[in-house]
Design a protein around this ligand. Structure first.
Ligand code: HGY
Ligand code: MN
Ligand code: MN
Length: 409
């Protein structure tokens, strides 16, 4: 089969269409297990069924569309995919692009009469973002055996809901045991979500590694007191301590000779009143580094800093671990296929690491896996300004097409 290309308008149209599901007052939010998630899932399933794929849904709600012909049905499939849940006030490409392009590749191969040597499937993994339920990449982690489905279903959300109840409520609590599909290989197409490809003027990223991730929730308890009458030296101010932690983490990350990023994305005070010294501060800490030893050092430094604050100001400190994933190295053979495919199509490419977490890092535990990146305008993501040019979206999908054909010839 010559260098075919995917159906550009169908793929771009679907990305736009899914990008409107869960949009309210101009903001797109499709958190795992929500009504918006159900609507997005229903739309995806309608596309999978329309493509004549076998649709299967497992107990954690992972959705699989499988293209298989009788003689090859027992072979381990090539698996594509990503996720369709989003962060809050999201862009339309993160995750969705990889799922829709994966389906597009299967439809293009079918349309061109390609006869694969093994089934080809596309997955939409549950709760990749981890915004409502931690950890992130949850559905693919369960699929890879890194978290029991019972523990995942029992996870309690930031809103007090239980994931299993929500999946039942939206009709996506499947009956198939997770991990039923053991892929021969997994390839995930995704927007870079960072500045590298655009800055270097490159079209394709052949992703060979992915950095380690540490998520914690820190709760600091102090003493509520009067903002006007309490001398500074007599305060147990949980809010002040939380602010010092934020500055401490930033300074360490900026000073590190090895790449480290630190983010406090959520913070809440109690009683949260203008004239009351906060008695409680609860916040999340997202630490990442490609170097596992350095990531451990950052976690240890934070713990030591919290202990010192507690001693100095008479505070209580508790820390809950929400997620912890070590850095991942992807399959060199698949990374090479990606580079070769880019070369055949005359697309500039480079090997690179991923700053973001992805389902591929979980599936890499059970199958050779790798990722394809396309440029993000201004390096922006997790933001409605997230954008990738149409030609780049199509180029990435064509590389996915070529790599899948190589893996299933
Ligand atoms: O957090 C991440 O890197 C991914 O977006 N879940
Ligand atoms: Mn993503
Ligand atoms: Mn994301």
């Amino acid at each position: 089969m010559s260098l075919a290309s995917i159906d550009r308008e169908r793929m771009l149209g679907r990305i736009r269409e899914l990008g409107e599901v869960g949009r309210e007052d101009g903001r797109l939010t499709r958190l795992a297990g929500s009504d918006a998630d159900r609507a997005g899932r229903d739309l995806l399933v309608s596309w999978l069924e329309g493509a004549g794929l076998e649709v299967r849904i497992d107990r954690i709600g992972n959705i699989f569309g499988i293209w298989t012909e009788e003689p090859i049905a027992d072979e381990a499939p090539v698996l594509l995919g990503s996720h369709i849940d989003t962060v809050i006030n999201a862009g339309i490409y993160d995750g969705c692009y990889g799922v829709i392009a994966g389906l597009e590749v299967i439809e293009t191969l079918k349309r061109n009469g390609f006869a694969p040597s093994r089934p080809i499937a596309v997955a939409a993994f549950t709760n990749e973002e981890g915004v409502r339920y931690a950890p992130d990449m949850m559905g693919s982690l369960v699929h890879a055996g890194g978290l029991s489905v019972e523990a995942a279903l029992a996870s309690v959300g930031t809103d007090g809901s239980v994931l299993g109840d929500e999946l039942s409520r939206i009709g996506y609590a499947g009956d198939i045991e997770p991990g039923f599909l053991r892929p021969k290989a997994y390839v995930e197409l995704h927007i870079e979500q960072g500045p590298v490809l655009e800055r270097e003027g490159l079209r394709i990223g052949a992703v060979e590694t992915l950095q380690g991730i540490s998520w914690q929730r820190v709760t600091i308890s102090g003493v509520a007191n009067h903002a006007g009458t309490t001398p500074m030296s007599m305060r147990s101010d949980a809010g002040q301590a939380a602010a010092e932690v934020m500055v401490f983490l930033r300074q360490r990350a900026m000073a590190s000779d090895i790449p480290v990023v630190a983010t406090i994305g959520c913070m809440a005070f109690e009683p949260n009143a203008i004239n009351v010294i906060p008695s409680l501060a609860s916040f999340t800490v997202d630490l990442r580094s490609p170097d596992e030893q350095r990531l451990r050092e950052e976690e240890a430094a934070l713990s030591t800093f919290l202990d010192a604050l507690a001693l100095r100001d008479g505070l209580g400190v508790s820390v809950e671990r929400l997620a912890r994933f070590q850095p991942v190295t992807f399959d060199p053979a698949i990374v090479a296929l990606i580079e070769q495919a880019a070369g055949r199509r005359g697309l500039s490419s480079r090997r690179m690491t991923s700053g973001a977490g992805h389902d591929a890092q979980m599936i890499a535990r059970i199958a050779p896996s790798a990722m394809i990146f396309v440029p993000s305008r201004d390096g922006i993501s997790h933001n409605p300004r997230e954008h990738t040019d149409a030609d780049d979206l199509v180029a990435g999908a064509d590389i996915l097409l070529d790599v899948v054909r190589d893996l299933s010839a």
